[in-house]
Design a binder for this molecule. Structure first.
Ligand code: GUN
Ligand code: ZN
Length: 439
């Protein structure tokens, strides 16, 4: 017997369509219409052509003169740290001990985790972030809660429980064996369900024994379509501690390398204090350096060397992320502005076009999802954000004077935040943003 087919869902979205092709520059299509069918982009064309052929009854959202972009992607943040953001500390290790580990311990309670998961995902959407790569707490229930809520919102979300078996409060420790068993169980339960993906997540070298790092490497072999995430070379004290825990390692990167954790599906948070040999190894393995500039400034961890990482002779694959709760903003706009400032301080220019490409297609490519996300093309998933470069009085005032696209984007990057996010679509359906009530 045939299952009853669900009715086709269509929506037309009109505005200034903007995306960032892989070979550089930008593509602005003024007054175009994007037709969504069952969550994917079906067709794009000039409004004059497409509206005439629009089937009857298809809702039309007119966003002119605002910009319609692919939804933003945040490839590194921590679900159990929503109530840790803005907790001042001396440095990374002090911040983990005093603020972060106590907050994460509360996620042993599934009811707490469920309540926090709803807030976490709604806040991401409010900021225009439609896909994220997320660390849970050590508790498997934190991932069950997060995946359940993400699935209900139909999000493309990647996440994993942290594996940590030493150097943290005992309430937050698993063991090499338990961490691996629970990770495998969560992969079987969630990886590939709807739009969800699993990320094997040994927290960092300081909190995992050699046995646990080895187990993480074995999981990646057993489940090669999963991702792996961890932290690398974030603070001076962390690196010193890693040196004494792994005296045999040539450097921090070598620790992960020896346990076969480096590859094209590996996401390495921070990558600030690396030697050239380490950057070369990242480039060779295709591992991704996930830069978290507001976090690095907030904790005083250091200034990431964007020029050295992107050296054309052996470019390291890059991503850009908030790292909430060490990151001091949920906004990818604020995060990109911080990276542009850090690059500038080091005599390097990271343009506003590069910043917007990174938040969309660049981060999609870092996750290997560039055939699904990050472009406004037929066949791509219709996760979209409508941005208003005149969202606040100061932004509108600035743009009275001059108005090239680059200036509009610069105003969004420098003065924009969640107030500039007018509407967010997930699979073509409006879900968040200040205009939500009128759609
Ligand atoms: N290194 C290990 N755990 C963490 C974390 O939760 N946040 C940051 N910024 N660095 C880490
Ligand atoms: Zn982190």
């Amino acid at each position: 017997m045939n299952a009853p087919s669900s009715p086709t869902r269509r929506r037309a979205i009109r505005g200034r369509l903007l995306d960032f092709p892989p070979d550089g520059g930008f593509r602005l299509r003024p007054d175009h219409v994007l037709l969504v069918e069952d969550g994917r982009i079906l067709r794009i064309g000039p409004a004059a052509d497409l509206l005439a052929a629009l089937p009857q009854g298809v809702p039309l959202d007119d966003h002119r003169p605002r910009l319609v972009l692919p939804g933003l992607i945040d490839p590194h943040l921590h679900f159990p740290q929503t109530q840790v953001i803005a907790s001042p500390a001396r440095d990374l290790l002090d911040w983990l001990d005093r603020h972060t580990f106590p907050a994460e311990a509360a996620y042993a309670d599934p009811a707490h985790a469920a309540r926090m998961a709803g807030f976490f995902l709604d806040e991401l959407l409010r900021q225009g972030t439609t896909t994220a790569v997320v660390y849970g707490s050590v508790h498997a229930a934190s991932i069950d809660a997060l995946m359940t809520e993400a699935r209900a919102r139909r999000l493309r979300l990647l996440a994993g429980k942290v594996m940590m078996d030493r150097n943290a409060p005992s309430a937050l420790l698993d063991t090499a064996e338990i961490g691996a068993r629970e990770t495998a169980r969560l992969i079987e339960r969630w990886h590939g369900v709807d739009r969800l993906g699993y990320v094997i997540s040994p927290r960092f070298a300081l909190t995992s024994s050699e046995a646990q790092l080895a187990a993480a490497g074995e999981l990646l072999v057993s489940y090669p379509t999963c991702w792996l995430q961890t932290h690398l070379a974030e603070s001076a004290a962390e690196i010193e501690a890693v040196r004494s825990l792994f005296p045999w390692a040539r450097h921090y990167t070598d620790v992960y390398d020896r346990f076969a954790l480096l590859g094209p599906r590996t996401l390495l948070g921070h990558c600030i204090h690396l030697a050239e040999e380490e950057r070369a190894r990242l480039a060779e393995t295709g591992a991704v350096a996930v830069l978290c500039p507001t976090s690095n400034l907030f904790l005083g961890s250091g200034l990431v060397d964007l020029a050295a990482l992107s050296d054309r002779r052996r470019p390291v694959r890059l991503a850009l992320a908030t790292d909430v709760g060490a990151g001091s903003s949920w906004s990818m706009l604020r995060t990109a502005a911080a990276l542009a400032d850090i690059a500038r301080l080091q005599g390097h220019t990271w343009t506003v076009i590069e910043a917007f490409r990174q938040m969309t297609l660049g981060n999609a490519a870092a996750l290997g999802l560039h055939d699904l996300l990050g472009r406004l093309e037929p066949g791509f998933e219709a996760d979209l954000v409508v941005l208003d470069p005149r969202a606040t009085p100061a932004m509108a005032h600035r743009l009275e004077r001059s108005c090239t696209l680059e200036e509009e984007l610069s105003v969004l990057l420098r003065l924009g935040d969640d107030r500039a996010v007018r509407l967010v679509y997930v699979l073509g359906e409006p879900v968040a943003g200040s205009d939500l009530s009128v759609h």
